[in-house]
Design a protein around this ligand. Sequence first.
Ligand code: ZN
Length: 84
Amino acid sequence: MGGLSPCPFCDGRGLVTFERAPEVEPCTECRGSGRLYTDAEYRGVFDALLREKGIFADRDLRLLLLGLSALERRLSELEAKLRP
Ligand SMILES: [Zn+2]
């Protein structure tokens, strides 16, 4: 299972600033999310975000994450069945 941590390249802001135009751009290291995830395939990221947000997650965001987490579980089950 992967883990979330603040992106050290943009200090978790998701943006990098420049003195000249463009003055601000999404951070390329974290792709603008402000966080790095240890699993390259992002497996388990929905559950990790649910854990991180806890009860403070917006209700709609929480529902979205729960749905995505369930989808990921079903996909894992399918992958396990397809494996020789
Ligand atoms: Zn970043």
